[in-house]
Design a protein around this ligand. Structure first.
Ligand SMILES: [Cu+2]
Length: 192
């Protein structure tokens, strides 16, 4: 028996609403995907963390030739992941608050990690996407941790360093820093 008008209307209506919902989702997610953000946006306090910075576009269409990450206070022993075709550097700096590691007093640590396209033309075209990775130890206290990232391009640059005055929403910020939410150690597991 042919479906009644109501049945066929309901089918079409629910399909239409699903379509709109997925567009809204995609539209909502687009900025998050396109800015320089962290792949894993939350992690347990005090844990070892692999920071994967996703670079979704260049500077107004120009290819990315440099990515430089300011290591936030409290992120310890940062080590970059080398990348073929790029030179990588880890700049040491004096720590405001020295810490103890394996019985040794650490007063200097990595404060800036940079990747630079090794040859002209080796940059990341705007049409492509890539990841820049470093690893380190997270602070023991929960809360937001902001990574300021300077993206240099063949033409121009983007300084992803805006941090909201309060809270963690980057809504309305043009060049937000990359956010990592540090969760209290015991609760982190429930969010997988
Ligand atoms: Cu963007």
């Amino acid at each position: 028996m042919a479906p009644t008008v109501l049945e066929s209307f309901t089918v079409h209506f629910s399909f239409a609403t699903k379509l709109i919902a997925s567009f809204a989702l995609l539209a909502g997610a687009a900025p998050a995907f396109s800015h320089i953000v962290l792949e894993n946006k939350s992690a347990p306090a005090g844990s070892s963390y692999k920071a994967v910075f996703l670079v979704g576009h260049g500077c107004q269409g120009s290819a990315t030739t440099g990515v430089s990450v300011q290591i936030p206070t409290g992120f310890l022993g940062a080590k970059p992941y080398p990348k073929a075709g790029w030179t990588v550097s880890a700049q040491l700096g004096k720590l405001a608050k020295p810490y103890e590691s394996h019985g040794k007093q650490i007063s200097e640590d990595v404060t800036v990690v940079s990747w630079k396209a090794a040859t002209p033309g080796a940059g990341l075209p705007d049409a492509f996407f890539d990841e820049f990775v470093l690893r380190g130890k997270l602070p023991v206290s929960p809360g937001p941790l902001w990574f300021k990232v300077l993206q240099t391009c063949e033409n121009g640059s983007n300084d992803w360093s805006e941090i909201p005055a309060s809270g963690i929403s980057t809504q309305g910020l043009k060049l937000p820093a990359a956010l990592l939410e540090i969760k209290p150690a015991e609760t982190a597991h429930h969010h997988h």
